[in-house]
Structures are given as structure tokens and as C-alpha cells.
Design a protein around this ligand. Structure first.
Ligand code: ACM
Ligand code: ZN
Length: 767
């Protein structure tokens, strides 16, 4: 059934429920469901949960689901699980339904949930939980409804890195419970990395016993700096993870094997599979430090860079070491999939190490990629001998890949990974960084971009499309020291993952989802989840005016509290309330920040207002169309650093974009120069979107400062220009991303691409 029909039925049904009333309640009075079920028919009346409630089970194998439901209902009723099928709420199996599918029928007399399997029943329970009102003291009353539902994708995942910062068992379980409410069914647990080993391995006790603890590092310094600068305690390192030993302070923790079993059991009850990732052969430094014989040369200490020295793959003992670790991991994690990592391997040592070189000669391996592939195949055979299936990051495609491997695609700058992997017969899980790495902070456009991301491109042949298992949202924890910060990054973006993973791609729409997402935030409030207040809207980062100007900023979330400053300081919970437009007659810096009613902070925006005259045009001789563009293959930290004695290439472009001929490097800096040709005297609004930094100057003045290493961020700024030519310079640098665009924004906020009619350069300039 399509969305529109659901909507009409919903409104009609509410009218039916409140049939005698003079006014028809709006759709807002119905519970918000995320993900949107396939079919929902609201019917007349409501069901009130009795204070003492019986859960009936049609099949004894549903006992764990009965227990889970009784726990979930605890705020509303004292529920007992009966050993008969009859109950106020009945859980049943119907093998004619899809395995994860369910039917939920809530009538005035009770509720019945039928699932295609116990997993289907769990999904029905998730819907029931969303039908119930949230919040302390909320009444256990739900509207009568018939829901028939099943997911579009089998993989609806969440990845959390617990290596860079540690989060304890209780925190992980709170995440699992939220996942279950959203029908997210895979928890990918990144348990080991350069900065921490978090899983007890009994045959190598120092891995966790020592490798679970570390000294403060450069990321901690960044976090503490942000805590102070941004007045945000979420960046403080929780005291519970500090261990003082004499004069030494260590930081960290690890999960005992018993704790891992508890987490896995908690997840299983909620229909969630847990996928352990033991990243190898790179990202292994914390293990190498305590077992130095596993690497090629004397181990280094972590330098703060992503690529550390890997395991020595020339030593047979290393293979045994890895297998012994995995043997214990298999004992703890019953799910068939395990994750070997395989990303970002620094292969330099392998080219110098006599043992690695001997291995390469002996096995006929041409280079480091082939050596990694050899190791991965060996581990994969070991996994398969233990009835496990291997997942790895898409770097595995740099070597030969076995079609039984599942590829997790994270690198948007290697877009061919998906077609390459599926063509080889590999299954693929999607978590491309720009859209699904939630450790990358949000900007004003990120919710919409993630919502509109095309999971299954039409260009992929149908047989290959079937290999896309689903989608996942990831948080890497380098700069995420507290659980509160974890939640801030995951929510509300995880609601989008839930919707995209459950609904068929054609059914997911920003227009339909965004209002539900905002309403779902009320539930997150009631459940104490520290979600990010969606971005403030209706402003440009830089506004110009000739006489006076009124601020326009608004917050999409009803109930959020806005506070502001004008003195350059960060708004805090004691700053003045922003209750509506402020009029400026002179230059000003307005900073507005959103707060939850309980004082928890959100992000804030800085809006620069500048009083100015229209800039006069520049006299230029003969011109040619387009902007002169030169690029440099180097990693730059800032836009103004881009340059060098000799450019690596140059060309003329019609519009601002990453020139095709300059693509393919991991790090590049680009400078676009020329003139913008404006048709009339006006205040022009520009939008500059880039991944990473970009900086737009017109007439030598900064119009948009979108500088710094970041994922895709869109910023807008204005310039008051008289008709004619104005010098334009746009600087950009990229480190993993490769996107820069410049557009005009019209008075209605619509984006208008800028083509060749807008740009030119002086004819005598060299090209
Ligand atoms: C990754 O983000 N290095 C998988
Ligand atoms: Zn070696």
C-alpha cells in the first residue's frame, strides 16, 4: 500500500475513533511509527493494557520474546508470561509470513502479534512499543490498529567503535534496546584497534589486561579542548574509565568474556545479531605493543595517524596467534558473520621485511595487496571451517577476493567498489562515509542527504542489486569520549537508517520521514536519549545589507529553546533567550544555540551581518569563458595553504567542480580563479558545498568560509555586487571526499547551479 493511502486511512480512522466530535483530530494524535510499516489500518477505539497482564505464547520457543515483551511493558503493566496461547497479548508464529515479517492486530479486547519467526515477533513487539505513549507515568493505552509488515533489507545495522574510547556493558545494552525499538537488527562491534583492545582473550591475557588501558592521547586533548571551548561536558573523559596506579593515570577498560556473553544474550532477546570485528592485519597496534613478536620490526608507538604498522604476515606464528584469538571469539559470538576489518593497512614494512618478502616469493605474490589477500583468504578458510562467514571493509577489493566474502563499503571516493564486489558475486553492506559515518558531525543538510541517499542505484544490474544486503550507520570514537556524545551522534540519524533499511527504497521520502522524525524526538526525550536537536534553519552564515536587516533563524524542533550572544562568546544555558527576529543596523555577529528544556546543549550557528555598499565591477580587457583552475597533489591542512612552486595540472572549467582530470588521488588542493559576471546590482546568495574545506572570495573578501577537514558541508553567504565582473577566487582541498560545488540561492531558498554564463577569466592569462 502506498504512503498516501496509509495517510488517508489514518486520517479517516482517527475521524472514526472520534466520530462524534465536532472537530477531527489531526494525524498528529496518532503514534509515530519509525520505520514506517508496509500497511497500517487504524480502526475504531483503543485498547487499555490491564494493570496485571498475561502474555500468551502459541509456541514454547517464543518464551524469550515473551520475557522481552514483559520487560518492555514494565512501565505500563505487571506482565506475566503464560504457558498457554491465551493472553491479553498473544504472541504466535505464522510460517506463511516472511521470516522477519509480522502482523499486529490491536483490538479493544487485546493484542495479537504473529511473526514469520521469533524475529518477526520481535519486530511486532517493536511496533507495539511505538504504539504505546512514552514518558514516565504514561498510560498503557494504544489505538486499535491492524499492521502488516516486513523489511526490504535483511541488514539494518549499527557499528560502534569501542576501541578509541571505551563504553561499558550497560551503555552497549542501552544502545541495543534502542536498536530493537527501531527494528535495527545487526550490531557491529568494533572491538579492537590501535588505541585499545576491548575483548578478553584468555590465551593472550595481556591483549585486554594491558591493551585495554592507555595513556591520554592527542584525541583526548582535542576532546578536552572542545569541552572547555564549547562548554560541553559530553567531551569530558568519564571518571569511571580512569585508573590511577601510583603516579600514573590509565584510561580504558575491556569486556570480560562473561560480559560479552551477557551482551550477546541481551541482543539476541531483542532480535539483534552481534558481529565482532577484530581488525587485522592493520589497526592492530595495541596488540602488537604487548605481543611484539607479531610484527615485522620493533613496534612503534601510535603516532596519531590512521595507518599503523601491521602484523608480520611472513611468520607462521602470527597466523596461529590470529586463529587462536578467533577461536575464542567464535565461542562467544554465535552469529554466522564475523568481521576481519582489513582496512587502511600500511604495507611499507612488508616491502622491507625478509620474512614477508620470503612469503611473497614462496606464494607468488606480487605486492602488499596480494600478501594481504593471501592472509585474508587463509583466515576466511579458517572461518569457514568454523562455520563462519567473513565480512571485510572494501579495501579487500584491492587484492583478489573470494566471492563468499561480504564487503562493507565505506569509501565513497572508490564508488566502483559496489559494482566490482557485486560483479564478483560478493554480498555488500552499505555504509558510505559521507552519509553513514555518524562520527562526522552534522551540518544543516546531513539529515536530508542521508535520507535521500540512493541505496540501490538503477545503474546496477538487477542480479547485482540483489547482493546489497542493507545499510548501516557507524560511529568511530576517536573524538567521542562519553556515552552522551555517542547518542548525540547517532540520533536522530539512526532513525533514517531504520527507515531506509526497512522500507523499500521507493517508499522512503524526506517529505514523509522528516515530520515523523521530529515527532519521534519527543519519544527520545522521554527515554532520556541525548539526541542532537536538528539543525537551525533559515539563515546564511554571512549576510550583507545596505540599511538594516532582521535575523531569520528558526529551529525545526518544537519545544527546543534558543539562546543567543552578540559578544562573540559561545551561547550557554544562561545566555538570553532568542524568541524572534533581531534587527541589526550595523555589523554584528549573532550566535544562536539550541537547548533541550533540561539544559542539554545542541550545536550552534554563527551568523555574520555586514553593512556594506554594492561593490563596483572591475574593468577587465578581453576575457574567455570559464575559470582557470590549477591543482596540487598534496595534503593541505587549510585552504590558504593550497599552492606550491609548480601545479600538478591546470585547466579551465565551466563551473566549480572537481575537474575529472584531477581526480583519483587521496589528497588534492585546487584553486579556481577568474571573474564572476553578475547581470544586475543585487545582493547575491551563494551556496558552497565541499568535502573537505573550501573558501570563496569575491572582490578579495571572504564570502563563504567552509574551511577545515570535514565531510560534505554546505554553507551559504552573500555579496552585494553591482552589475559586471568581479574577481573570484575559490580555494579547496580534499582528503578523502572529492566534492566541491558552488551554486546560487534564490529568494525562495532554491539552489540554482552556476554554469559557464557566470564565469570568465582574462584572455591573456596562460591556460
Ligand atoms: C574505516 O573507516 N577505516 C573502515
Ligand atoms: Zn614481516
Amino acid at each position: 500500500m502506498n504512503r498516501r493511502l496509509i495517510h488517508i486511512l489514518a486520517v479517516a480512522a482517527v475521524s472514526a475513533v472520534f466520530g462524534g466530535c465536532a472537530t477531527t483530530p489531526s494525524e498528529e494524535s496518532l503514534p509515530v511509527l519509525i520505520p514506517q510499516p508496509q500497511e497500517v489500518n487504524w480502526t475504531r477505539g483503543s485498547y487499555r493494557l490491564p494493570a496485571e497482564l498475561r502474555i500468551g505464547l502459541s509456541d514454547p520457543q517464543l518464551a524469550p520474546q515473551g520475557d522481552y515483551l514483559s520487560t518492555a511493558l514494565a512501565p505500563y503493566a505487571a506482565a506475566v508470561v503464560s504457558d498457554t496461547p491465551q493472553g491479553d497479548i498473544e504472541l504466535c508464529l505464522d510460517p506463511t509470513l516472511a521470516s522477519e515479517g509480522y502482523r499486529l492486530s490491536a483490538a479493544k479486547s487485546g493484542v495479537r502479534i504473529e511473526g514469520g519467526s521469533p524475529r518477526g515477533v520481535v519486530n511486532g513487539i517493536a511496533t507495539l512499543r511505538q504504539l504505546l505513549p512514552a514518558g514516565e507515568g504514561a498510560e498503557g493505552v494504544i489505538p486499535c490498529v491492524e499492521v502488516s509488515d516486513e523489511p526490504a533489507f535483511g541488514w539494518r545495522g549499527v557499528m560502534l567503535d569501542v576501541s578509541r574510547h571505551f563504553f561499558d556493558k550497560e551503555e552497549i545494552c542501552s544502545m541495543l534496546d534502542q536498536m530493537a525499538r527501531l527494528k535495527l537488527n545487526k550490531f557491529h562491534w568494533h572491538l579492537t584497534d590501535d588505541q585499545g583492545w576491548r575483548i578478553e582473550i584468555k590465551s593472550y591475557p595481556d591483549l585486554a589486561g594491558k591493551g585495554g588501558w592507555r595513556h591520554y592521547n592527542k584525541h583526548d586533548t582535542i576532546c578536552l579542548g572542545r569541552a572547555a571551548r564549547e562548554r560541553n561536558d559530553d567531551f569530558l573523559l568519564p571518571e569511571k574509565y580512569l585508573r590511577v596506579e601510583g603516579t600514573d593515570t590509565l584510561y580504558g577498560g575491556y569486556y570480560t568474556q562473561d560480559e560479552i556473553r551477557e551482551v550477546v544474550a541481551y541482543a539476541t532477546e531483542r532480535g539483534i545479531d552481534v558481529i565482532p570485528e577484530i581488525d587485522m592485519p592493520g589497526h592492530f597496534l595495541q596488540a602488537i605493543e604487548y605481543y611484539p613478536e607479531t610484527t615485522c620490526f620493533k613496534p612503534e608507538t601510535w603516532s596519531g595517524e590512521a595507518f599503523s604498522s601491521p602484523l608480520c604476515l611472513g611468520k607462521d606464528e602470527v597466523l596461529v596467534f590470529c586463529e587462536n584469538i578467533w577461536k575464542e571469539v567464535f565461542e562467544l559470538f554465535p552469529y554466522e558473520y564475523v568481521h576481519i576489518g582489513g582496512d587502511e593497512v600500511n604495507m611499507k614494512n612488508w616491502n622491507k621485511c625478509p620474512r614477508c618478502q620470503a612469503r611473497m616469493r614462496q606464494e607468488g605474490l606480487a605486492d602488499g595487496h596480494a600478501l594481504q589477500a593471501w592472509f585474508t583468504h587463509r583466515m576466511q578458510r579458517f572461518f569457514e571451517a568454523n562455520d563462519r562467514r567473513m565480512i571485510g571493509w572494501d579495501e579487500l577489493l584491492q587484492g583478489e577476493v573470494d566471492s563468499a566474502a561480504t564487503i562493507m563499503w565505506w569509501r565513497p571516493w572508490v564508488p566502483e567498489s559496489v559494482s566490482q564486489a557485486t560483479r564478483l558475486g560478493c554480498d555488500v553492506i552499505l555504509c558510505p562515509q559521507t552519509w553513514f559515518y555518524f562520527s562526522l558531525e552534522e551540518d544543516a543538510g546531513s539529515l536530508k542527504r542521508t535520507c535521500n541517499y540512493e541505496l540501490v542505484p538503477d545503474s546496477l544490474p538487477a542480479a547485482q542489486q540483489d547482493r546489497i544486503l542493507g545499510v548501516q550507520g557507524n560511529v568511530w570514537a576517536e573524538k567521542v569520549p562519553s556515552w552522551s556524545r555517542v547518542e548525540y551522534l547517532f540520533y536522530p540519524r539512526l532513525l533514517i537508517v531504520a527507515e531506509k533499511g526497512w522500507c523499500a527504497p521507493a517508499q522512503v521520502s524526506e517529505r514523509d520521514l522528516m515530520p515523523r522524525l521530529l515527532r519521534y524526538c519527543e519519544r527520545l526525550d522521554a527515554e532520556g536519549v541525548n539526541y542532537r536537536i536538528p539543525s537551525l534553519e533559515n539563515f546564511h552564515e554571512f549576510c550583507v545589507f545596505t540599511d538594516s536587516i532582521r535575523s531569520t533563524v528558526t529551529c525545526p524542533l518544537p519545544g527546543a529553546i534558543l539562546r543567543y550572544t552578540l559578544d562573540g562568546s559561545v551561547p550557554t544555558v544562561s545566555s538570553p533567550l532568542y524568541t524572534g527576529p533581531i534587527t541589526f543596523h550595523d555589523d554584528a555577529l549573532l550566535q544562536v544555540r539550541a537547548f533541550h528544556p533540561d539544559g542539554r546543549t545542541g550545536d550552534w550557528v554563527k551568523i555574520r551581518y555586514e553593512k556594506c555598499d554594492f561593490a563596483a565591477p572591475t574593468e577587465v580587457g578581453a576575457t574567455k569563458p570559464g575559470l582557470q583552475t590549477e591543482w596540487f597533489f598534496k595534503r593541505f591542512p587549510k585552504c590558504d595553504a593550497v599552492g606550491g612552486a609548480r601545479a600538478d595540472g591546470q585547466c579551465v572549467v565551466d563551473s566549480v567542480q572537481f575537474p575529472k582530470v584531477a581526480q583519483g588521488r587521496r589528497a588534492t588542493g585546487i584553486i579556481f580563479r577568474g571573474y564572476i559576471n553578475v547581470p544586475e546590482d543585487r545582493i547575491y546568495t551563494f551556496e558552497l558545498a565541499s568535502n573537505d574545506g573550501s573558501l570563496l572570495r569575491i572582490d578579495g573578501r571572504v564570502v563563504i568560509d567552509n574551511d577545515g577537514e570535514h565531510t560534505l558541508v554546505e554553507k551559504t553567504g552573500q555579496a552585494a555586487l553591482s552589475a559586471g565582473l568581479h574577481p573570484l577566487e575559490l580555494r579547496y582541498f580534499d582528503y578523502n571526499g572529492g566534492r566541491v560545488t558552488l551554486a546560487l540561492v534564490d529568494d525562495e531558498g532554491r539552489r540554482i547551479p552556476m554554469g559557464d554564463e557566470w564565469f570568465c577569466h582574462a584572455a591573456e592569462d596562460a591556460e
